[in-house]
Design a binder for this molecule. Structure first.
Ligand SMILES: [Zn+2]
Ligand SMILES: [Zn+2]
Length: 390
């Protein structure tokens, strides 16, 4: 089969005759149609994280079932499907994380396109129980972004946003997590970073979880315009704030820096003056460590910060006192548990996620994958790019 194979750092070759995968009884063979381009692909390509070559990259996959294993009863040849990038590898679901329902944190998690071969190839073999059918009305060149770009913020918003004391003191905690009665409904949400993951975060918070206000923060005006299209009610360009106040944030430290950070936070929260400056949930999708102290200043007391983007460096500020004093819950999030995937598929099928807006680049083919990675790196891709495999 044709495949995009990484043989080492920056050695990405399009191989015409890579060995076809052979399915086990419990697996299905998927003809990969489209993949979403993720910054993880770039991270692997640049060799920033270790991997075992040769590796077929691509972990946001939509395709069609080509062959069904003997015991794989849930799917049929021809079904349109999406595949989550991280699924449990423990088999019997007998590991501590899976037992607690955290199938996204399985001790033997399988990472498609990183730990095992991915979807930037004609075929991929996957367990049928972790392959999710999707209606043919959802175009596959948009469906491919569901498994990661949409599902990761979905899990963050759905399951990581509610402060513990609200759960503890609720007479019916499960209602806090159901869409129609979700805790975020009518709340004020701030999203830092409107990229491939921040975009879906804005869209889901506004449309699916029905937050009252969604404020997006970025340093690029075109991204903020994009956020407005996706449902942001307010936008703030943090770079403009620094420019207007003649501040070079990277050149100041100590008290000056702390003052600037809280100044920016006040500037952000002033948009919610009518709501007593209330910020109920902050999602950091920026992938920049320096955003975190701003998030801590921005979020209201007794509320939650969710770390969605991967920050490459540690945070330089000492924030323990602030976190304690504000009684903040800081939640990490990681991929998406298998039991939430069906809800996401339904949300997409019911048109409560604007996939057509989130996918902004559809012109890349497998042969131009390397160009796509370069364009992503150069900031030329506004939302998500998808790769046409065939
Ligand atoms: Zn990804
Ligand atoms: Zn497990």
């Amino acid at each position: 089969m044709k495949a995009a194979v990484l043989y080492g750092k920056e050695e990405l070759n399009i191989v015409p005759d890579f060995e076809d995968p052979i399915i086990k009884e419990s697996e299905v063979l998927i003809r990969s149609k489209y993949t979403g381009l993720c910054s993880t692909d770039r991270t692997l390509y640049r060799g920033f994280v270790p991997f075992k070559p040769p590796l077929i990259i691509g972990h946001e996959i939509a395709g069609v079932v080509e062959e069904v294993g003997k015991s794989a009863k849930t799917l049929e040849v021809g079904d349109h499907v999406i595949i989550p990038p991280v699924y449990p590898g423990c088999g019997d679901e007998n590991c501590p994380a899976c037992k607690e329902g955290l199938t996204n944190r399985c001790k033997n998690s399988i990472f498609i396109g990183h730990g095992v071969n991915g979807g930037d190839a004609e075929f991929i073999a996957v367990p049928s129980r972790y392959t999710f059918k999707i209606k043919e009305s959802v175009p596959l060149d948009e469906a491919c972004i569901i498994p990661d770009a949409v599902s990761t913020p979905f899990h963050g918003l759905k399951s990581r946003s509610v402060p513990p004391h609200i759960i503890q003191n609720s007479s019916n905690p499960s209602k806090l997590f159901d869409q129609s009665t979700h805790w975020l409904k009518g709340k004020n949400v701030v999203v830092f970073g409107v990229g491939g993951v921040g975009g879906p975060t804005v869209n889901l918070a506004a449309r699916y979880f029905q937050a009252k206000n969604v404020l997006a923060v970025d340093i690029f005006d075109n991204k903020l315009e994009f956020a407005k299209k996706l449902g942001a009610t307010h936008v703030v360009n943090s770079k403009t704030y620094f420019e207007e106040n003649n501040i070079s944030i990277n050149e100041i430290s100590g008290k000056d820096r702390a003052k600037t950070i809280s100044g920016l936070a006040r500037y952000i929260t002033s948009n919610f003056a009518e709501d007593k400056f209330q910020v109920d949930c902050v999602l950091d999708c920026s992938g920049v460590s320096d955003t975190f102290p701003i998030a801590v200043e921005t979020v209201s007391k007794n509320r939650t910060i969710i770390q969605v983007g991967w920050p490459p460096k540690p945070v330089r500020e000492f924030l323990n006192q602030k976190i304690m004093d504000k009684y903040i819950t800081i939640n990490g999030t990681w991929a998406c548990p298998m039991n939430e995937m069906k809800e996401i598929v339904k949300a997409v099928e019911n048109n409560t996620v604007d996939l057509d807006l989130l996918v902004t680049n559809k012109d890349y083919k497998l042969d131009s994958l390397e160009n796509a990675i370069h364009d992503l790196e150069a900031g030329k891709i506004l939302g998500r790019a998808t790769i046409n495999i065939v």
